[in-house]
Design a protein around this ligand. Structure first.
Ligand SMILES: [Zn+2]
Length: 272
């Protein structure tokens, strides 16, 4: 019996019996054979543009057909994996960190209430190798998957991309506006950048704009805030540095990672 949804208004596919039952004029179905074992396959008919189009129907279960379908599935899977890698790289997550696991309750609850933060972010502090980049990557990935516009970048790379636009003032402003516009921006490795007066003032422009627009920023650093301030003040304007630190203290909750270098610990070296 043909189902109610298969009215002649829909293109099908229909069996020969269904076409006859509906009184649809049609040509005789051609014979279809499995290209691997030669077995005859049944035919179904699509009604298109007033004509008919017969197609083979059903999957042959012979070894050749199964192998080919599996190969096709593997190819599709590999392509999907590559697409996902590129998608996450576009938001700043490198392949090494793309499968990072979120394992901190404070960060998980931060993400669970993300829409209610009104501009509040996180200051993630931990020694080199303690998992700052992994944590930032997991946060950015999960927010991206939830449909938010997010970006992860190291402080020095962010400043370099802005510096590259120096000869075109309009592009410099655009680049700064881009970093200010993400719903969430995660700045990794703060304190490793050059610390020049320009770097400090550019960092301030971005953070201050985000602060004003109540867009949350996540900052990760191996330095505690006080030593971050000392580092940035070496060559930058101390007042600007104070303004940066004050913004961070106002709107970022501290996430202190354990002083363990997991990269070294994993390889059997003594943990410092
Ligand atoms: Zn076959």
């Amino acid at each position: 019996m043909r189902s109610m949804t298969n009215s002649p208004d829909t293109p099908g596919p229909y069996t020969l019996e269904e076409l006859d039952e509906m009184g649809v004029a049609h040509d005789e179905p051609p014979e279809f054979f499995c290209e691997h074992c030669g077995k005859a396959l049944s035919a179904r008919c699509y009604l298109l543009l007033g004509g008919t189009a017969w197609v083979p129907y059903g999957q042959c279960q012979c070894e050749g057909a199964i192998t080919e379908r599996r190969r096709e599935e593997d190819r599709a899977h590999a392509q999907a994996v590559q697409r996902r890698i590129r998608e996450l790289q576009k938001i700043g997550i490198e392949p090494r960190y793309q499968n990072a696991i979120l394992c901190r309750d404070d960060v998980i609850s931060y993400l669970a209430t993300f829409g209610e933060h009104k501009g509040n972010g996180l200051f993630i502090q931990g020694i080199s190798g303690s998992g700052k980049t992994s944590l930032c990557s997991a946060i950015v990935r999960d927010l991206h998957d939830a449909g938010h516009s997010v970006f992860l970048v190291s402080a020095s790379e962010m400043l370099e991309t802005i510096q590259e636009t120096f000869d075109k003032p309009a592009s410099t402003a655009n680049e700064i506006a881009r970093y200010a516009a993400y719903e969430l921006l995660a700045i990794d490795d703060m304190g490793r950048e050059s610390g020049s007066e320009w770097a400090v003032s550019t960092m301030y422009r971005i953070l201050n704009k985000r602060y004003g627009c109540m867009r949350p920023t996540i900052i990760a650093s191996e330095h505690k805030l006080s030593s971050l301030g000392v580092r940035m003040s070496r060559r930058g304007d101390p007042e600007r540095v104070d303004a940066i630190l004050s913004r961070i203290k106002q709107v970022c909750a501290l996430v202190k990672l354990p002083d363990v270098d997991y990269r070294i610990a994993r390889n059997g070296f003594p943990v410092r």
